[in-house]
Each structure stands twice: as C-alpha cells, then as structure tokens.
Design a protein around this ligand. Structure first.
Ligand code: GLC
Ligand code: CA
Length: 535
C-alpha cells in the first residue's frame, strides 16, 4: 500500500464555477462548463480541483450564502451535472474538493424562514443567534460585520440576528445540536456522491463567545481584520489576539467529530483544508493536529510583498510551525477573495514567486486564471456585485476583480467564455492571455506552470525538507537572492532589479523568464525571476 496520501503534497486548482466556462450562453459559468474543460485542468498537471460553492443560493455572496447545501443551484446545473463532473474528474485522475460553508446559511434557507415564523424563544430561532434588543433599542452588541455595517439585523418582532458577513447570511448557532447533525448529513451526502474532501469556509468562525458583551474597540477590530487597511503591526496583532467570534477553542471539537467521519471512508483518503485566518500564526497549527483537519491555508503569501527577507521569514515560519504537528504547509498566491497576485506584486514577480513556491514542501493551491498570469479585471462600479461594496457604500471595492471569467479563445471579449453577456465584463486587453494563445506559446505563463508542475512531480514530490542556501555564500546581498536545495533540485529567486551571475554548478531545468533565459551560457539569473537547477 502507498503510505503517502494523495493530498500530502498535492497541487490543487481552485475553480470559481461562475467564472470558469459557460455551457449554455446565460453569461455565467456552470458545472457542465467545468466538466467539458477538465482535460485542460488535467493537462496543467494538478492533482485535484476545489470547487467554490455551486449549491442552491440567492447568490448574494457568490454562493457563499447557501440556501440548500445538498442541492445544486439551477444557474450551475443540477445534481446529475455534479455527479457527471465528479465522474469525469475521477476518470482523469483528478480529485474533487467541495466547499462547505458551516458558519452561516442564506436567509433563504428553510431553517431561517422557519425561524422568522416561529418567533422568539422557539427551537427554530435557537439554530441561529437571535437576541432581544438592548433596552435602548440598540443591537445586542457592537460587533461590526466583516462586510461593513453592524453585524446585527432586526426582524419584525424586534429581535436581532447575528451575521458576521452580509445580512443575508445569518450565523448558525453551533451549540444547537441540529446544526451539527445537519452538517454531518451534508458531509456524508457529498462524500457518498463521490467528492474526495472539503475546503471549509470560515473554519475559525463557528463558535462565538461573549455575545452578550460589547467589544472595547469594534472599529479597530474591524479594521484589523481587513487586509486592505494599513495598521501598525503591534496594534493590529494586539486586536487580533482575541476576537470573540474567531478561533475559539470550541471549533476544534467540531473538527474532531468531522475527522471521524472523514476517516470512516477509509482508503478513499478524504481530506479537508481549513480557511482559518487566525492570529498568532501558531494557532493555525491547532487545526491540523492529528485528530483534526489535514491542511490549513497559509495566507501569508496572499499579502506578502515581493521582499526576500519577508518571504524568507514567512516561509520558514510556516514550514516550522506545521512541523510541530507533523503537517506540511500550504501555499496560495491568489484566491477568489483577494487581488490576483499579478496585480498585487507584478507579472514577472508573480511568475517568479509561483515557481519558487512550487518547489517547497507541502501543497500548492492555484486559483483558476493564475496559470494564465491574469491580473484583476478592471471594472467600473456599476459592474460590481460583491456585497462588501454595497455594505460599505463603495468604500470597499470588493473582490469582483479577481472573479472576472476566464478568457478561452478568439480575439474579442468575452473570448469564448460565453456566447452571451458575461456576468462580469472581460477586458479586451486580455486578448493575449487566452488559453488558446498561451497554449501555443512555449514561453507563456501557462506553459511555465505546466512545465513547473511536471518537473515538480518528477523531481520534488516527497523529497522532504529544504535547506536554505546562505545568500552571502552565493555572493548576493541579504534578501536579494533566496536559494534553497531540496532533493536533487536547487532553487534560486532573484528579487533584485539587477541580473545576478550565479556561481553554481548544475543544469538549469526551468526559468520563470521562459526558455530564452540562457543560464547555461552566462550563468545569469535574470532580475525578478526564479530558476531551478538540477544538481
Ligand atoms: C469566505 C469566503 C468568502 C465569503 C466568506 C463568507 O471567506 O472565501 O468568499 O464571502 O467566507 O462566506
Ligand atoms: Ca451558464
């Protein structure tokens, strides 16, 4: 028996279903659209796909507002389409991770409708967090929603319900056993349908403490939780140490129960990865203790500057912290919630960083479109759909830029994504970045990713620890060149703006600057690039 489970050092490709491929011309991607393009995904060389939610939903928050977690929203197809997708993926040797959203339901879920009807003090209301107003009529506490505005909304009879996100996303009360039972049913439902695991949305949020108390600095806390707001590190950290609705000890009980369910599927090697934004970083390791989940996202690289010292620190820390619980790290440069990496740090830099992290131990996550080098789409405010844009009255632009659909082929927008009008406009300037164009260009980002993943599988998978190479000994200034050796491969990232002549033996097998980079002759690592050398 193979003792290394598939997910230990997997490459996982995140698909945002609405933005991948539209099979029926309504302007929105759908499940049959994904199924028909899985060969493209397989050819990238990934091990698994993670599908952002495709469940029944009024789609106020891109499907993260789930009205029926055990059915498919008609905009994406139906359950038969989900089965067909899973079947095709498995034929192509791709595992499938589904997204599970346990912190909240949509206000269109049956339970919430029943709770509104049943009234105060009812068992139906107890599945959510319903509280009476304060004597002066204000909400039960002063918490602020992560999407802006108060995190409480009042219903007709005067009670308030808690929502950490949009008012259409009432938080579930995990102290109510119905909630637990229902999620266990949902997990089994999808596992029985064939999925190989889950990405757990807001995994750190399920348990709340001190709902009866005001937070001493709700605005500070809400700013500290927002990545787009700058704040002095110490002040931010102090606020994040103890968030009454995040990372409470109680969440771990839930994952211990879930783990037993996953393990009951035996050699199917079911895995789960937690979305857990927690502080301090060591807390993340609790989610991947042996009897809990398998992976936890490391979000450091979603916000990290292209800076050698910074990257060295976060990468080292992540490897070391995970090792304390015998887990491997995860690496993600982009996802559906943050600006695309090419926009955030620059095109060359993003390719260099991708090639660098593909060589690291652990699992790498790729957000669909990243392999084309896509930047964020340029949108006007009238295009925007993210609830955070509306709840903040436009102060937060929101996450739509990263969610613009993929350009597939042709010269004119929407580049084959749909025969209709895409739900978000695709910039005409993306004409050079279609799958079709990049497929036929040996030096495209797409081919860089394909080659890198093939080389990773061949030379690096399972080859254990990295050994950092001291930049001084390579003749570089601290932080300008990062190098490490792992198994048979040495990896160098030049973070400076100058080409770097490297005194190092071996054969270059890939460069983030494409095949034209002639290391063999000149031993030059071009500015803002990464190379792999076979020792
Ligand atoms: C997670 C999702 C995000 C969603 C939020 C609320 O952070 O990734 O897209 O808006 O949870 O469900
Ligand atoms: Ca469609």
């Amino acid at each position: 028996m193979n003792s290394t489970p598939w997910w230990k050092e997997a490459v996982i490709y995140q698909i945002y279903p609405r933005s991948f491929y539209d099979s029926n011309g309504d302007g929105e991607g759908d499940l049959p659209g994904i199924t028909s393009h899985l060969e493209y995904v397989q050819a990238l060389g990934v091990d698994a796909i993670w599908l952002s939610p495709f469940y029944t939903s009024p789609n106020k928050d891109g499907g993260y507002d789930v009205a029926d977690p055990r059915d498919v929203d008609p905009r994406f197809g139906d359950l038969e389409d989900a089965k067909a997708l899973i079947k095709r993926a498995h034929e192509l040797n791709l595992r499938v991770l589904a997204d599970i959203v346990p912190n909240h339901f949509s206000d269109q879920h049956e339970w919430f409708k029943a709770a509104l009807k049943a009234g105060r003090g009812s068992p139906e209301r107890n599945r959510f967090h319903f509280y009476d107003a304060n004597p002066d009529g204000t909400p039960p506490n002063n918490w602020i929603s992560l999407f802006g505005g108060p995190s409480w909304t009042q219903v007709e009879d005067g009670q308030f319900y808690l929502h950490l996100f949009d008012s259409s996303q009432p938080d579930l009360n995990w102290e109510n056993s119905d909630v637990n039972t229902d999620f266990e049913t949902t997990l089994r439902f999808w596992l029985d349908l064939g999925v190989d695991g889950f990405r757990i949305d807001v995994a750190h949020g399920l348990v709340k403490e001190d709902i009866g108390k005001n937070h001493p600095d709700p605005t500070g806390l809400s700013n500290a939780l927002r990545l787009d707001i700058e704040m002095e590190t110490e002040a931010r950290n102090a606020l994040l140490e103890s968030v009454p609705y995040f990372d409470r000890q109680g969440v771990h009980e839930i994952y211990r129960r879930w783990r037993k369910i996953f393990d009951s599927y035996g050699d199917r090697d079911v895995m789960a990865v937690a979305e857990a934004w927690v502080h301090p970083p060591v807390n993340a390791t609790r989610y991947v203790r042996a009897d809990e989940l398998h992976q936890v996202f490391n979000f450091d690289l979603l916000t990290a500057p292209f800076d050698g010292n910074f990257l060295f620190d976060v990468i080292t820390r992540s490897i070391e912290l995970n090792a304390t619980v015998n887990a491997l790290p995860t690496w993600a440069l982009s996802n559906h919630d943050s600006p695309r990496v090419a926009t955030r740090i620059g095109a060359l830099e993003s390719h260099a960083l991708a090639l660098f992290v593909f060589a690291l131990p652990g699992s790498a996550y790729i957000f669909a479109g990243q392999e084309l080098g896509l930047p964020d789409g340029e949108l006007s405010d009238s295009d925007r759909q993210d609830p955070s844009f509306f709840r903040s009255h436009g102060a937060i632009k929101g996450r739509d830029g990263a969610r613009v659909p993929l350009p597939w082929h042709g010269e004119i927008t929407p580049f084959g994504f749909t025969t209709g009008r895409p739900w978000l406009p695709i910039n005409q300037s993306w004409s050079a970045m279609t799958v079709e164009k990049e497929d036929s260009d040996a030096d495209s980002v797409l081919n860089l990713y394909r080659n890198a993943l093939a080389l990773r599988a061949h030379h690096l998978a399972g080859s254990g620890h990295i050994e950092w190479l001291e930049s001084h000994s390579l003749g570089a200034k601290h932080g300008e060149l990062l190098g490490f050796k792992r198994g048979a491969v040495s990896v160098f990232m030049n973070l400076s703006h100058e080409d770097f002549v490297l005194g190092y033996e071996g054969q270059i097998i890939i460069s983030s600057r494409g095949s034209s980079a002639d290391f063999a002759q000149s031993r030059v690592v071009p500015a803002r690039s990464t190379i792999w050398i076979l020792n």
